[in-house]
Write a protein of this length. Sequence first.
Length: 737
Amino acid sequence: MVAITPEIITAHQLTSAEYEKIVSLLGREPSYTELGIFSVMWSEHCSYKSSRLHLKKLPTRSKLVLQGPGENAGIIDIGDGWAIAFKIESHNHPSFIEPFQGAATGVGGILRDIFTMGARPIAVMDALRFGPLDDPRHGARNARIVEGVVGGIAHYGNCFGVPTVGGECVFEASYNGNPLVNVFALGVFRKGEVFYGKAVGVGNPVIYVGAKTGRDGIHGASMASAEFTEESKQKRPNVQVGDPFLEKLLLEACLEAMKTGAIVGIQDMGAAGLTSSSCEMGSRAGTGVEFDMQYVPQRETGMTPYEVMLSESQERMLLVAEKGREDEVFRVFHKWGLDAVTIGVVTDSGMLCVKDHGVVVAEIPNRALADEAPLYDRPHNVPPLRTAPMDGPEFASKGLAGDLEALISSADLCSKRWIWEQYDYMVRTNTLAGPGGDAAIVRIKETDTSIAMSLDGNGRYCYLSPREGTKLIIAECCRNLSTVGALPVAATNNLNFGNPERPEIMAQLVESIEGMAEACSFFETPITGGNVSLYNETLGDAIFPSPVIGMVGLMKTGTPTTINFKQAGRAVVLVGGLGTCDSVHFGGTQYVKQILKNLWGMPPLLDMDYEKRVQAAIRQIVVEGLAESAHDVSDGGLGVALAESAQTVGVQIDLDSDLRPEFLLFHEGPSRILISTEDVAAVQRIAAAHGVEAPRIGVTIGEWVEVSNRNSSLLRCSVSSLRELRETSLGRLLHAR
């Protein structure tokens, strides 16, 4: 028997007040195993004790939402009897400590969230944040983390057999000691085939399936709920080890077993492992779960109940079957070479009762663990953390052509081909549009419906204004989907922030959530679930506030509209117009970051009503087949959008604006989409019907990107040189050390 001392309580990242609440809920002192169980379930990672109060502000319902927050994944109805499940999760802390396995198991975890609902995963995307590759002090380590993370994602996704169809990758100094690895997954199933994580039916058997339990990942959830220190690098035992081939077997076995009708509830063992899956299933159903440790398959000898309950070994699921039908489940899992064993039973006690060879080692009300964790209204009555001034320095370009070349060869804006060529993005043959475009598109076989997906974030904008920056992220996600002709219908979020116990950080989180709520309500894209990752800071230095949005849209299956100009002689139209800009709203742009090495002011101004009309206009233009190419204007502004569109065919642009050249070419004002078309009149007619500007700004030509303003030349670059810079820069930066 281990005596519970103040030092042990602190080591479990529990406060004295939290410990007193545990004693009150139990009516006694907890055992050591019970303390460990409470510590993981009440960790920030599992309980959202700092964010739950504010997450309630988010819109979560629509006529298409079948399942919102609270389950393993959100579900929406896509018509014709079909549904999709999707969610995003983070694996930030593990990916710093052990980049390959941290990222790999992040993919494995989110895939289990999807197929535990009964859906077959058909797409993965990732949002990655790293420290700069050219950082004098940390650049070599940052490069190793990049290579490890990308390798881990590729290994797990490719071996499992799910396409990684897109994502984003950004480099900022704030991520030097704390990279972000956010993974989005989407699966498809029939509406009537949904499974839930509920332990229903008193007397039904509780069955453990999948891999054996080991000592990897113990206290992984707690590790993800604390800041990094110098000692954090030694926490490799807290990082799980994944086996994608075994997870593939687990997927097929679960889906096959579900078809028997014998399974009444199922949940993956993710963060907090057997602890979270058992108590959450019981809490959702209002039942108890009782099991004995001696029946849990273990791959290491001498494991204590504490270790078994807190292990986060991968590729494991907990399910509840109808009593008397266990053998139907066993036959399926044994056919696939997997462990499947009854470890316990559903009770009417409402308790999580854990035994070890018949001796009770933990007995806790399920609701105390899953639903009664502390709820904090942490102070946020100070301005959100930012040190950037409102006004920028005087500056003048040394050459706009050189500026454009520097921008498109920067780590943020160059092609991420080096990354996505390591991914199999065509496996299962559903991918219509993969990496490199504004949105990925996968078709749903047996229907005429396709799903478009976009993943976006912008830490610079959110650092300058968490509320306005987050609204801009939502707008861009919706615009990306609209640019390929899809109607945005729902979203999932990953909220990556620093230490919520600091009021200026908590203010960032609250402002971001409130901005998200406002924008998602306006664009009619409810949040169906997501993830909160806090304490992302090292030695007191917090990351930029980094909300990431994964958005899904619905469209008819057809040949996708892509970003690249197809042939010379086509008119170029800027749907939404040139936009406006001033110095204050220029300070967060890629131009300021890459060329001026600075940061100031506020993010670009967003008019949500105009943005929504631009999106409606471009959807109609694309659906009617009027856009030969379409690309939204975002990071790097119009200049970068032109360079990205001119992959094989050039463009000649003549503008008419009073803006100074740097603003005109590189401001990042939203609500603008660059298209090439044969029918300018039809495009402008549709735009006008939506109250949207759509000036004809140029024509596609042979080998050059030429831009002038009022017949005064601003820049002239060859298509081949721009393409070479874009395609090769990331590999060069990674291997320059």
